[in-house]
Design a protein. Structure first.
Lengths: 401, 305
């Protein structure tokens, strides 16, 4: 009972969010040596896991004497929930998680509830390689980053198909919707709030509302209601033509790519342009699998890492976050044999030698050229829109209310 | 019939059992742990379900969140689905376990091998079994592919829906496979101790197979069968991972619903997630109380030992 009362007492007078101490980077390196960094991240990509546990872990151990351990989770929101409880219970030090791979919506929740350590990103030496003037870097889903997270990589939605089965895929959202109606049962998308399913709903939202640009402006309630209702109507009418008549949806993109590989459906959706190439190399997809982006563009964003307010090994976590931005780590990450994730740094800021090595990277058979991806990249809408679309999809499309 | 002598029984207890003081002392660590960790969690959870979450700026005490879930048009659907899955899984597993126990008690073959096979499911986590079930029973799974190569069905779409299906067959199969060995072991323990003698006696008194079962086996195994089934029911009612993987996206079971609310981006949904969890706990407690009452009634009527 005493424990209970104590924790209740703490929750009433919890500490304010942690602020970075002004110590030099050399001191950070010194303190980091010997620390064990527990990195909580979504564990759904075998290639990401291999990159983190293999290359990154062994390099930070060699270079900085930091021991890195990956802690795979199914949804980082669980960790945010836990941090909130810890904050309430007054656990301001010695937290379990040292580093988080975090997405926009969760970053917003964590930032607004003071669950993050920092600002720290501006103190990482490799930060000079990042182009902070890009909107997708200084804003994470419309939420100002303010150095509370450090970029790790960039992603863009691509559609995956098997050219042997579908020689001419529909290359715009409009023609895709047509295709689905004329090929019942051969298409589906993961159920939001899964983030890949959620981005597909946003693509439909952009399609019916006439593009991404208007949603970057100040929020217009009336316009949003009209556009979102049109989105739900479109998806509700599409449901009977989906896989399993739209009565159930795959729970994540991995399940969807399984369905594509098993020939149950003809398309998969991925946030990672090189994932299909990687799956061909791994023997999970046939070599005839290719990717495409919609003519009107697909949504792209930057993904980040952050440090919880009560992390036990903040210095170690900062050293890892800095190493992730090093040319060496970014190059390895971009290698399709390793992971194939796109760089978070601006390659133009590197010296000619490093630039050449990036240029020489082999491109997987199914990965689109950089120019195609970049010229077809749409920004994410602010996270308020994302959250409302996810809720609305559940009520109006899934439950048909 | 076996009759117990109450005098010797209580004598035995006073001679070998600890006194009330020692008993309290022995139970304190375990009880303390349960009260502090479990009870503490429940109290904090209850506070949050009332909307009290100071770290997120919520300081209210309100029954609004309970009202929200209980009046949600999906609540009865979810409750019904969860009850359906638990009740069917428990009933099927219970019935199979009785026959398995009866078979095993008189089994003369390679005993250790059969015991070993029976113990495998006990060691395998639910999540692993659920994944295995996906690979086996999906329309593109192993069984479907086998049927297609042998030409018994022409195409994956001909294979019946067994996972993510409206009847939750995949979920029930997973639970039955996992729980049958557990219930069987509980039932066998009783049958081994008293069943054999009683059955012999019944047979010498010329009881037929049905009479043996109805008047000897069933009353003997009922308490442990009931207890095991209750554990299985409580577990399947509150379990999350199997329906999450093998269920339909909608309607969802109560635990999946609770998880969805709890891990929602919107922190305002957390109290509802915890309230759902408490409703689940309430249903399980009601099931325990009800089954205890039924058992007591049956015992009074002499239907069980």
């Amino acid at each position: 009972m005493a424990v209970l009362l104590l924790s209740l007492a703490f929750s009433i007078c919890w500490a304010s969010s942690a602020v970075a101490e002004p110590i030099s980077w050399d001191d950070v390196l010194k303190r980091a040596r010997g620390q064990t960094v527990d990195w909580f991240m979504w564990g759904g990509f075998p290639s990401t896991n291999a990159y983190v546990n293999g290359f990154v872990a062994s390099r930070v151990s060699e270079l900085y004497g930091v021991k890195l351990r990956q802690v795979p989770v199914t949804d980082i929101a669980e960790v945010i929930s836990k941090l909130l409880v810890e904050k309430q219970a007054g656990k301001t030090t010695g937290g379990q998680a040292d580093l988080l791979w975090i997405n926009g919506e969760n970053f917003r929740t964590a930032k607004r509830n003071g669950l993050l350590y920092g600002p720290f990103a501006d103190r990482l030496p490799n930060q000079v390689l990042v182009d902070w003037s890009r909107p997708s870097v200084y804003n994470d889903f419309g939420e100002p980053v303010e150095n509370l997270e450090s970029p790790w990589g960039s992603a863009q939605v691509v559609m995956i198909y098997d050219s042997a089965r579908t020689p001419t895929p529909p290359v715009s959202m409009g023609t895709l919707l047509e295709w689905v109606r004329s090929h019942p049962g051969r298409f589906t998308y993961p159920a939001p709030p899964d983030f890949t399913g959620s981005v597909f709903v946003r693509q439909v939202f952009y399609h019916v509302s006439g593009g991404a640009a208007i949603w970057q402006k100040p929020f217009d309630e009336k316009r949003f209601n009209l556009a979102s209702e049109e989105t739900y109507r479109t998806l509700r009418e599409l449901a009977p033509s989906l896989w399993r008549d739209g009565k159930t949806y795959p729970e994540n993109p991995e399940r969807l790519s399984q369905l594509l590989a098993d020939k149950e459906v003809d398309f998969a959706i991925s946030y990672h342009p090189a994932e299909a190439s990687k799956k061909i190399l791994d023997g999970l997809y046939p070599s005839t699998v290719r990717t495409f982006v919609f003519e009107e563009g697909t949504i792209g964003n930057t993904h980040f890492v952050a440090i919880p307010f009560n992390a036990a090994h903040k210095e170690g976590a900062m050293v890892v976050a800095d190493f992730l931005l090093s040319p060496e780590a970014q190059l390895k990450k971009a290698d399709p044999d390793e992971w194939g994730d796109f760089p978070a740094i601006d390659v133009k800021r590197l010296d000619s030698q490093w630039r050449a090595r990036f240029a020489e990277l082999p491109r997987g058979a199914a990965t689109l050229p950089d120019e195609v991806l970049q010229s077809h990249r749409l920004p994410e809408p602010p996270s308020d829109i994302l959250i409302r679309l996810e809720k609305g999809w559940e009520d109006h499309v899934l439950k048909k209310r | 019939m076996i009759t117990r002598d109450p005098a010797t029984d209580s004598n035995a207890r006073t001679r070998s059992g600890p006194g009330p003081c020692t008993l309290t002392l022995l139970l304190t660590p375990a009880l303390g742990l349960v009260v502090v960790l479990f009870g503490g969690g429940l109290v904090l959870g209850f506070l949050q379900s009332l909307g009290h979450l100071p770290a997120a700026g919520m300081k209210a005490y309100t029954l609004q969140h309970f009202q929200n879930i209980l009046t949600d048009p999906d609540f009865l659907k979810s409750l019904g689905l969860t009850l359906y899955i638990s009740a069917v899984s428990t009933a099927v597993a219970g019935a199979l376990s009785i026959s398995a126990a009866l078979f095993l008690i008189g089994f003369q073959g390679p005993r250790r091998l059969v015991d070993f096979i029976f113990e495998i499911p006990l060691a395998v986590p639910h999540l692993v079994i659920a994944t295995a079930v996906v690979f086996l029973l999906a329309p593109s799974g192993m069984i479907s592919r086998m049927l297609q190569t042998t030409g018994l069905i022409d195409g994956a779409s001909r294979f019946p829906l067994l996972i993510n299906d409206p009847w939750c067959i995949g979920i029930i199969v997973t639970y039955v496979w996992k729980e049958v060995p557990f219930i069987t072991l509980m039932v066998m323990a009783v049958l081994k101790n008293t069943g054999a003698e009683l059955l012999e006696t019944a047979r010498t008194l010329n009881a037929n197979r049905w009479q043996c079962f109805r008047y000897v086996v069933l009353p003997t195994i009922f308490p442990s069968l009931g207890a095991a089934c209750l554990i299985v029911f409580a577990y399947t009612f509150g379990a999350f991972e199997v329906p999450y993987l093998l269920g339909q996206t909608y309607p969802m079971t109560l635990p999946v619903w609770a998880y969805r609310n709890y891990s929602d981006i919107d922190l305002m949904a957390r109290p509802e997630g915890i309230a759902t969890g408490l409703v689940i706990a309430g249903v399980i407690i009601a099931a325990i109380v009800l089954s205890q009452a039924l058992t007591r009634m049956a015992r009074r009527r002499g239907a069980i030992i």
